[in-house]
Design a protein around this ligand. Structure first.
Ligand code: FES
Length: 107
């Protein structure tokens, strides 16, 4: 299964084996990664799955964000160019080795 590394804003690392087809949000919440809550279940309504994706991974993670995702992202604290809502990113073999960074303030 693809391995995903989540890194909190204070540098704690969580390695997760994620099933293809689930979202990066679901992979994180099912492995108790702190800082990704996924309160709305992936409905683009909460922003509690905000992450940063390195530019080198952006295309594989389906960048750019869709219009609705982009609108939600721009409302969030700590929004950056490489911000994504990870409920909108499906895990696939192409994401094996992906590193996901969490914004300050999510823990
Ligand atoms: S889980 Fe709510 S916006 Fe992603």
């Amino acid at each position: 299964m693809p391995r995903i590394k989540y890194i909190t804003h204070d540098g704690k690392e969580y390695d997760v084996e994620a099933a293809p087809g689930v979202s990066l949000m679901e992979a994180a919440t099912s492995h108790n990664v702190p800082g990704i809550d996924g309160d709305c279940g992936g409905a683009l309504a909460c922003g509690t799955c905000h992450v940063y994706i390195a530019p080198s991974w952006a295309a594989k993670a389906g960048a750019p964000a869709g219009e609705a995702e982009g609108e939600m992202l721009r409302l969030l604290d700590n929004y950056q160019e490489n911000s994504r809502l990870c409920c909108q990113i499906p895990v696939s073999a192409a994401l094996d080795g992906l590193v996901v960074n969490l914004p300050r303030g999510q823990h």
